[in-house]
Design a protein around this ligand. Structure first.
Ligand code: IMP
Length: 428
């Protein structure tokens, strides 16, 4: 038995969906620990593509138990839409999904406040996904949030909603001159959601701890990535939760002593959606090439992702704050046609060299990356599933990344499909 955390090492969209799907084969429980339907995990099975936002992709495997932990924020409408869409495609969602009563609920006023706040910020906007994630976590921290357990208790729900709507309507009106919400409308809408979700609600912390005691394999699945973590990311251009490995414990109610391994998912280059510093961003033809070849468009919002070279200090920082024991390197094949491949090994700012990722936003925004250059392999690696079949120059690139991050690379992904993978060591 083992308990493994899988988390993104960059700014999200590292290809966690496929890696989680692969590891799910050996897992009994798949647990989401933070974020909400801002995430989008793309999984390709055979010739079918599935994009999941809230429900762990384990749901696509018969017999697996999927859990939405207390650290997640849930938009009930989005969750029900996802359940219905899966059912339409023949995937049963019944005794295989468990939702924490301690998870917080996204309300329509959260989305409205976020929209107005982003508008007001103008060029300083974060570039959020517009799903109401930040304001929901803000309410959680302010201790006025509404939890799933509150939603399924109509009296508690109404009492909490009444106060919150009063306050939010005041903000919307006075601060943003925007339209507020009518208590009864929201109440009735959410009571409908409560009925649909009630049977999925359990104490998921007890459920997972029991599974661990019984020797089951548990896979903890992070959304977004390290540099979008509210504490360790490029604040304030981050999401509002702990996407890093520590979040798996607080976001599920499982102690750190129960975790066996932490797998970081690392894309062979770098992408980012939304605003914020991105030292290795390429605004040229190579950036466009990576976007098109890597199909780098947001799975949730469809926004084109910003693309750039691999950033070693940013990734080795991720290795430290997550305590990676293993790395899954993804999308290697996207680099196949390049003449030259660059790796950022440090930064220059105001005449000073930085070998580690600076924590100051000003430096990150103004620094120049220091690159080393490697020759491209110019042969297709697409679909390769044996390490020995990789071209020598691709191996040299992988080895250099491994050296710079100082973590073993145990999985290499060379395509969207499950079988387009090199597994150097079994994770479970
Ligand atoms: P929010 O999570 O919607 O508040 O957005 C905050 C920042 O995180 C924005 O830059 C988003 O583009 C980014 N973000 C949120 N979820 C994801 C994701 O799943 N992948 C990549 N970026 C994300």
């Amino acid at each position: 038995m083992s308990n493994i955390i899988v988390t993104g090492a960059q700014w999200g969209d590292e290809g966690k969906g496929k890696i989680v799907d692969l590891l799910t084969i050996d897992a009994d429980y798949i647990v989401r620990y933070q974020g909400g339907h801002n995430a989008g995990h793309t999984v390709v099975i055979g010739n079918k593509e599935f994009i999941l936002h809230l429900i762990p992709s384990g749901i696509l495997h018969p017999g697996k138990k999927c859990v939405i932990g207390n650290g997640v924020v849930i938009d009930p409408h989005a969750l029900i839409t996802e359940i219905d869409a899966l059912k339409e495609r023949g995937i049963e969602v019944k005794d295989n999904l468990f939702i924490s009563g301690r998870a917080h609920i996204i309300m329509p006023y959260h989305r409205a406040i976020e929209k107005e706040s982003e508008k007001l910020k103008g060029s300083l906007r974060i570039g959020t996904t517009g799903r109401g994630i930040g304001p929901t976590y803000a309410d959680k921290m302010a201790r006025v949030g509404i939890r799933v357990a509150d939603l399924i208790d109509s009296e508690v729900f109404k009492d909490k909603l009444k106060i919150n709507i009063q306050e939010m309507n005041y903000f919307l009106d006075k601060l943003y001159s925007a339209k507020g919400f009518i208590l009864d409308d929201v109440y009735n809408e959410y009571m409908g959601y409560a009925e649909r979700l009630r049977n999925f609600v359990v104490d998921t912390s007890l459920l997972i701890n029991k599974a661990i005691d019984e020797g089951k394999n548990v896979l903890f699945e992070g959304a977004q990535g390290t540099h979008l973590d509210v504490d360790h990311g490029t604040y304030p251009y981050v999401t509002s939760s702990n996407a890093t490995a520590g979040g798996a414990c607080t976001g599920t109610g499982v102690g750190p002593t129960k975790i066996d391994r932490v797998l970081g998912v690392v894309k062979a280059y770098t992408t980012r959606v939304g605003s914020g510093p991105f030292p290795t961003e390429l605004k040229d033809k190579t950036g466009e090439f990576l976007r098109e070849r890597g199909r780098e468009y947001g799975a949730t919002t469809g926004r084109p992702r910003r693309c750039g070279w691999f950033d070693a200090p940013a990734t080795s920082y991720a290795a430290k704050v997550n305590g990676f024991t293993d790395i899954a390197l993804t999308k290697l094949d996207v680099l196949d046609d390049l003449e030259e491949i660059k790796i950022c090994t440090g930064y220059m700012y105001n005449g000073r060299r930085y070998d580690e990722l600076p924590s100051e936003l000003k430096i990150l925004e103004g620094c120049e990356p220091i690159y080393e250059s490697l020759e491209g392999w110019k042969v297709s690696t697409s679909g390769i599933s044996r390490y020995d079949d990789l071209p020598q120059k691709a191996k040299a690139y992988i080895n250099r990344l491994k050296e710079l991050i100082s973590v073993e690379i145990t999985i290499i992904s060379t395509g969207f499909r499950r079988d387009e993978t090199i597994t150097l060591r079994k994770i479970f």
